[in-house]
Write a new protein. Structure first.
Length: 82
């Protein structure tokens, strides 16, 4: 019996439109699947399960701002039919 659940993997994309480097993380719960610094004007294409979310950390004068976006909202159509 296979105890592993099959994950659906989607292609997703985001771009950074700020003047600062930001740190992004693909997360599922408390598990970080990847972390990367992204420069202003740079885009990143990645694969993740739709239930994962992207955390984006932006530097501020008095600390750091963080945002969370579900990866299913960043999904791009890569030519496959649904």
């Amino acid at each position: 019996m296979n105890l592993l659940k099959k994950l659906t993997i989607i292609s997703a994309i985001t771009s950074i439109d700020t003047s600062h480097v930001q740190v992004i993380r693909a997360m599922s719960g408390v598990i970080c699947h990847f972390e990367r610094g992204v420069f202003s004007g740079e885009g990143i294409l990645f694969e993740a399960a739709p239930e994962f979310y992207l955390e984006i950390y932006s530097p501020l004068i008095n600390g750091t701002r963080s945002s969370k976006i579900h990866c299913k909202l960043l999904h791009i159509n890569n030519g496959e039919s649904n």
